[in-house]
Design a protein around this ligand. Structure first.
Ligand code: PLP
Length: 363
């Protein structure tokens, strides 16, 4: 077997949920677990998050699978129903749903759901992806409030800039203006807003990345927020070699040794989910741990392998342990070096990587 493995630490999920609770003490928590729980495996993640107040995702087949496995938590479908049969399933399986368009409002009004639906009307606060503008929100509320197909009505928005420099002031003001006088409950805050904007917590918060132990904020590390990495991706060196000055490594020879140096070949490549664009030039490498010692990648990442500089770890040899991200090396840091975000690294973990589940230090 190739030596690459991912470890998922359930104790870290619990600890991260406790951080969410501490930072948003008055709010209920929708644990966001779309995209197969950000690549961690929904079936592994959900049993440890049963103390969340609900689950939020957007793939109906995942929601139905949870119900069929006996899960009775509230579930919120983040993009609502994609068609009429899906709307029927939302009623049948007791799934709350976001309604973000007039088409979806019409679908609800003309449906005959098995049970009245629990709906979150989505306001477009500036992302310009999904959601109603102010007038459309008012129209949707007046159509749906008190309608026989509606069991409960609440509001939602998703901030475009909770993690960035502009912040949420403008979006939050727009939401407050659009919803003034409606007297409806609301869910606004993702992880970044949970941490930076307590005024947006309202009745429910929607943490995703925090639960997986990564930082949503560019200027704060996960560790400084008290978050623990849930996924650790490890492999081993499968070859070591000595380069002479001028020798190049990897496809395209994008890295050339300036002087004699020792490099190691790691059994991990982009087909495992490691980002192919992680730099390995002379000026910029991507951080990696060999036997716990920090070093960097050299050359291009290939499908099944990548190459690392062994200068800081002279004792390293074939079989030495390599940490690509997780415990001891934040996925945020690797993502930043590779010009992406930790979300993408976690979600991209490939199906071919075997996963071990641990609970703290005990397997
Ligand atoms: C993914 C998602 C979230 C969670 O965002 P994080 O940045 O991971 O906390 C919250 N709300 C919506 C609508 C989402 O799509």
């Amino acid at each position: 077997m190739r030596p690459i493995r991912a470890t998922i630490d359930l104790a870290a999920v619990r600890a991260n949920l406790a951080v969410v609770r501490a930072r948003a003490p008055g709010a209920r928590v929708w644990a966001v677990c779309k995209a197969n729980a950000y690549g961690h495996g929904l079936a592994r993640f959900v049993p440890v998050i049963l103390t969340a107040d609900g689950l939020a995702l957007l793939e109906i087949e995942s929601a139905i699978a949870l119900r069929q496995a006996g899960n009775t938590q509230p579930i919120l479908m983040l993009e609502g129903a994609f068609d009429a049969p899906e709307l029927a399933d939302c009623a049948k399986y007791n799934l709350s749903l976001v309604v973000h368009s007039h088409e979806q409002v019409r679908m609800i009004v003309s449906a005959r759901p098995a049970k009245p639906l629990s709906v979150f009307l989505k306001f477009n606060s500036g992302m310009n992806r999904l959601g109603f503008h102010a007038a459309g929100l008012r129209a949707a509320v007046s159509t749906l409030q008190g309608h026989a197909n509606i069991a409960s009505l609440a509001l939602m928005t998703h901030f475009a800039d909770a993690d960035g420099e502009p912040g949420v002031a403008d979006a939050f003001a727009r939401f407050n203006a659009a919803s003034a006088g409606m007297n409806l409950r609301a869910t606004l805050a993702n992880s970044a807003a949970i941490l930076r904007y307590p005024q947006t917590h309202r009745e429910w918060v929607r943490p995703g990345i925090m639960l997986y132990g990564c930082s949503p904020l560019p200027d704060q590390t996960a560790e400084s927020i008290g978050l623990q990495p849930v996924m650790t991706l490890k492999s081993r060196l499968i070859a070591v070699r000595d380069l002479a000055a001028g020798d190049r490594v990897g496809y395209g020879g994008t890295f050339a040794a300036e002087r004699p140096m020792r490099v190691g070949v790691v059994a991990c490549g982009y087909a495992d989910g490691y980002p192919r664009h992680a730099p390995g030039t002379r000026e910029h490498g991507t951080p990696v741990l060999i036997d716990g010692v920090r070093t960097r990648t050299v050359g291009r990442v290939s499908m099944d392998m990548l190459i690392v500089d062994l200068a800081p770890v002279p004792a390293a040899n074939v079989g030495s342990e390599v940490t690509l991200w997780g415990e001891g090396l934040s996925a945020d840091e690797v993502a930043t070096a590779a010009g992406t975000v930790s979300y993408e690294l976690l979600c991209a973990l490939a199906a071919r990587v075997p996963v071990d589940v641990i609970d703290g230090n005990s397997t």
